[in-house]
Write a protein that binds this ligand. Structure first.
Ligand code: ARG
Ligand code: MN
Ligand code: MN
Length: 304
């Protein structure tokens, strides 16, 4: 993994129905990202924020019609293409891309930016499946679809801005699940995805589960991408998220999981995002501060 980290803010909330996660990147910067990285031998540069279209200002560019229900589909395509391009050039320049969200739809751009013909494992820390398609979604919100898009499910199959053929279901591990829509449950059951719901974390513990998730995502792949939706945590710890769900992991469990990513797969880690921080719902920026801590844990920060 590259030593220098470049952060890339994506002030995007169109995928979450305009609810305030567009302020996530600033909140994370205020949360002390630089200070977190000072203690590890890794420099961090701020790549600034990407521009996100404002549909009401007529700024949206033409994109793909997805059919079904998918709000702001064109704008989401535009943003994800921009993210992919920037992530790819950060890697070309020898730095590690850390994408700050913004709603989870931007992970489509993050993963597309790192694949580049190489087989890629993905670990998805999340309360939700994010496996809906415009045809199965209950909400029409694209932040409930990014993993389906990356895997080319349904209408996403022939959309190159979304579908990453380099990502195989068997190298996708989802950790922290506790809120799935019906279509997502049946899809996971019929797929080769490695899915770890909270009930399994309750029984086996976070370290055993995360270790298995890392194994699944790194066996036979060239590199690993990690997507961290802050609603992976219990809302008591991380109240400032777009779609909170009770019963998530604790503060220490989240650190243990992210530390393990670095310990077991640090060399193959090629990119990461931290998404769904919503300052409007937060308490004194604690969710953004925790996002900084967890990014640092994933990239090598240790207590001792
Ligand atoms: N990235 C997220 N927070 N996703 C929440 C998705 C919620 C719900 N499953 C939906 O599709 O609307
Ligand atoms: Mn989620
Ligand atoms: Mn998510």
């Amino acid at each position: 993994m590259e030593r220098t980290v470049e952060t890339l803010g994506v002030p995007m909330d169109l995928g979450a129905d305009r609810r305030g996660v567009d302020m996530g990147p600033s909140a994370i910067r205020y949360g002390g990202l630089n200070a977190e990285f000072e203690t590890i031998e890794r420099s961090i540069v701020d790549g600034g924020d990407l521009s996100v279209p404002h549909p009401e200002e007529g700024e949206a560019e033409a994109g793909t019609q997805l059919g079904g229900k998918a709000k702001y589909a064109e704008e989401t395509q535009t943003v994800c293409e921009r993210v992919a391009k920037r992530v790819s050039s950060v890697r070309d320049e020898g730095r590690f891309p850390l994408v700050l969200g913004g709603d989870h739809s931007i992970a489509i751009g993050g993963v597309n930016g790192v694949t580049d013909g190489e087989s890629t494992g993905v670990i998805w820390f999340d309360a939700h499946g994010d496996l809906n398609t415009p045809q199965t979604t209950p909400s029409g919100n694209i932040h409930g679809m990014p993993l389906a898009a990356i895997l080319g499910r349904g209408v996403f199959a022939d959309k190159p801005w979304a579908h990453c053929p380099e990502v195989d279901e068997k190298n996708v591990a989802m950790v922290g699940l506790r809120s799935l829509d019906d279509g997502e449950t049946s899809y996971i059951r019929d797929s080769d995805i490695h899915a770890y719901p909270m009930s399994e974390i309750d029984q086996r513990g976070i370290t055993a589960v995360t270790e298995e998730a890392i194994d699944a995502a790194t066996t036979g792949t060239d590199h690993l991408y990690v997507s961290l939706d802050m609603d992976f945590l219990d809302p008591d710890e991380a109240p400032g998220v777009g779609t909170p769900v009770r019963g998530g992991v604790t503060y220490r469990e989240s650190h243990a999981a992210l530390e393990m990513v670095q310990d077991k797969a640090g060399d193959s880690l090629c990119g990461m995002d931290v998404v769904e921080v919503n300052p409007i719902l937060d308490r004194e920026n604690r969710t953004a501060e925790l996002a900084c801590e967890l990014a640092a844990s994933a990239l090598g920060k240790r207590i001792l």
